[in-house]
Write a protein that binds this ligand. Structure first.
Ligand code: SF4
Ligand code: SF4
Length: 142
């Protein structure tokens, strides 16, 4: 769910997006358009990697808004960029996390702590949880 009340229109989500990497002014402008339900190239250029939900410093879940606008406009494109995202996934850095032999483990895969708090509580007591921290050092795709 996108939390509009948390959004400060800082533009970080679209500036740090590994696929769009907009300059600050454009990032702010385009995100405002998304909020207002105006046409924006973001809906067709976004490949739905969900990284911006982790990037947003306010926890506003910008991807949830982008995804709603993609559905509304039918502009999401399943193309070369999307396939390249999966290719990047296989090249992401990873590490082995040492667990305790008598305790269960759960991998959060690429999603990491996208949903903070979800895996807390009695059900997960003693569970070793591993996640992969996304590192976006690659250049934006053309
Ligand atoms: S959703 Fe988050 S990162 Fe994006 S403009 Fe709003 S506050 Fe900034
Ligand atoms: S979901 Fe991924 S590709 Fe789409 S705007 Fe967010 S970071 Fe960029």
């Amino acid at each position: 769910m996108f939390y509009e009340e948390k959004c400060t229109l800082c533009g970080e989500c679209l500036m740090q997006c590994p696929y769009l990497a907009y300059p600050e002014d454009k990032a702010k402008e385009e995100f405002k358009k998304l909020i207002n339900g105006e046409p924006s190239p973001v809906t067709s250029d976004c490949i739905t990697c969900v990284a911006c939900n982790m990037i947003c410093p306010e926890g506003a879940n910008p991807f949830d808004l982008i995804n709603i606008r993609q559905e509304e406009t039918g502009t999401f494109q399943f193309g070369k960029r999307f396939l390249k995202m999966f290719d990047m996934g296989t090249k992401m850095p990873s590490k082995i996390i040492k667990g305790e032999p008598d305790k269960p483990v759960m991998s959060l895969c690429l999603f990491g702590d996208m949903l903070p708090g979800v895996f807390e509580g009695k059900l997960y007591d003693g569970l070793k949880i591993g996640d992969i921290t996304l590192q976006f050092s690659l250049s934006p795709l053309d």
